[in-house]
Design a protein. Structure first.
Length: 341
């Protein structure tokens, strides 16, 4: 592999960025920090990816470190596993969420298990970036929420940022992790903007990859969300607040490992919990959260834990996507049902 192109990011201070740009700058920082970091994916080089998340990186770091791959997800992940075994830190992009399934075998039977099978002698620091979820009016196989499939698989970290600031920090933390990380990016939120402190260290005050965060304090209901539904939860809390209901919003940030302690501390205060995600409710992350809260907070609950999510059906065509995705009205309805119990 050729020597990396030396480049230094000139972007500093607090900037207003989109999630897509924040991930781009996080990738750039990681490429600058270690010559062992490299990016792999379909059309991520000259094109900059279909969402332009990797725009400009191949130009600055070269084709040996920002690699345009063939259209073969199993080959991308399989090659990344081999590179990781030789000391590299590959970051794979799966172009769309629905394209990850050809690589499911490599991820769940090799990437997830090799550290365990080797009794800890082998580490596979591979990051797999997955634009996921709905909200862009895409065609079939371009809007999926498969995160629970990977959270169920031992040996994988599964995380999802909800804001530009989180995206910038978490992508760098994921690349620095010795563990394989599934990094689910809410593509329907790619272009939403927010402040990002580009000079903040990756440690404190930033939580680790496996730590949930209370984004808005409240006393009446705990609203748990992650990735694309966090902004929906915050909007619901704002609307409910205007009507006299105090909602505490918790961003899970990580699906595996799951930070039950932060959620439980909130529920013990409010006595009620509603979990929101775009993935189908059946066997979804909300089911695991509900079970954990029932175990840990049984004597504090004033109502059953309620779940709001997609229906047990494939993502629909674009014209009726808004009926499938959990919007503000469905979240507020669940809050009302919890309070009325």
């Amino acid at each position: 592999m050729n020597a990396p192109v030396q480049t230094t990011s000139s972007t500093t201070g607090v900037q207003t960025l989109t999630i897509a740009k924040a991930i781009n700058l996080g990738l750039r920082r990681s490429l600058e920090s270690s010559p062992k970091v490299l990016l792999m994916g379909e059309d991520i080089g000259a094109l900059g990816g279909v969402f332009r998340v990797t725009d400009g990186l191949q130009k600055d770091f070269g084709g040996d470190r920002v690699v345009d791959t063939p259209l073969a997800e199993s080959g991308i992940v399989g090659t990344a596993i081999g590179l990781a075994l030789r000391g590299y830190r590959p970051v794979c992009e799966i172009q769309f969420d629905g394209f990850i399934f050809p690589a499911f075998d490599q991820i769940t039977t090799q990437l997830a298990k090799m550290h365990y099978r080797s009794k800890g002698r082998l580490n596979l620091p591979v990051v797999i970036r997955v634009p996921y979820g709905g909200g862009i009016g895409a065609v079939e196989h371009h809007s999926e929420s498969p995160e629970a499939l990977f959270a169920h698989t031992a040996g994988l970290r599964v995380v999802s940022p909800s804001s530009p600031a989180e995206a910038f920090t978490m992508i760098q933390q994921a690349i620095a992790s010795p563990d394989p990380v599934l990094f689910f990016e809410p593509k329907g939120r790619y272009w939403e903007k927010g402040p990002v402190d580009l000079d903040a260290p990756l440690g404190a005050p930033h939580p680790g990859l496996d730590t949930a965060k209370v984004l808005r304090p409240g006393t009446d209901v705990t609203l748990v969300a992650y990735g694309p539904t966090v902004q929906t939860a915050l909007k619901a809390a704002e609307v409910a607040g205007a009507e006299g209901t105090s909602i505490e919003v918790v961003d899970l940030r990580a699906l595996s490992p799951l930070d039950t302690a932060t959620v439980a501390a909130s529920v013990k205060k409010t006595g009620r919990c509603v979990v929101v995600h775009e993935a189908p409710v059946l066997y979804g992350t909300g089911a695991e959260v509900a079970a954990r809260i029932a175990e840990d907070c049984f004597y504090h609950l004033h109502a059953p834990v309620l779940r709001v999510g997609g229906f047990h059906a494939p993502y629909p065509v674009a014209k009726i996507e808004h009926d499938y995705l959990p919007g503000l009205d469905r979240v507020l309805d669940a809050v009302d049902r919890s309070l009325a119990f």
